[in-house]
Write a protein that binds this ligand. Structure first.
Ligand code: AMP
Ligand code: ZN
Length: 114
């Protein structure tokens, strides 16, 4: 997707603070962090939202979640706890239409979210 911000980050057309990369997954620090750890974990392949996922995407979603857990462990925030969020469409506040798992931690958080 040539006009997708996160595809441009994957293709290195836009810089990002990358914290993890492999053939299928990229993780980078959120540009507007909401907590001491705020990392976005994305598939390199463009998928606009959770609503676009097909049965073939089950593995990549699992990889995103496992990678978020691994980054949390590296950051030492696992015992304290952290939040993982996929925002989908308007009411949830999705602004970038390339799926991304927010990993947010390093401070106490409230529930329910706003
Ligand atoms: P969402 O509102 O769930 O779609 O989240 C989009 C996230 O992308 C927000 O937390 C933004 O701060 C973040 N973001 C937007 N542009 C960039 C960028 N160039 N690099 C890193 N994070 C970004
Ligand atoms: Zn994209």
């Amino acid at each position: 997707m040539s006009d997708c911000l996160f595809c441009k980050i994957v293709n290195r057309q836009i810089p990002a603070s990358v914290v993890y990369e492999d053939d299928r997954v990229l993780a980078f620090n959120d540009i507007n962090p909401q907590a001491p750890t705020h990392v976005l974990v994305i598939p390199k392949r463009h998928v606009a939202s959770l609503d676009e996922l097909g049965v073939d995407d089950d593995a990549i979603v699992g990889e995103l979640v496992r990678r978020a857990a691994a980054i949390a462990r590296e950051r030492g925030i696992t015992a304290g706890g952290y939040r993982t969020v996929f925002n989908t469409n308007r009411d949830a506040g999705q602004t970038v239409f390339h799926i991304h798992l927010h990993l947010i931690g390093g401070r106490a958080m409230h529930w329910p979210p706003g």
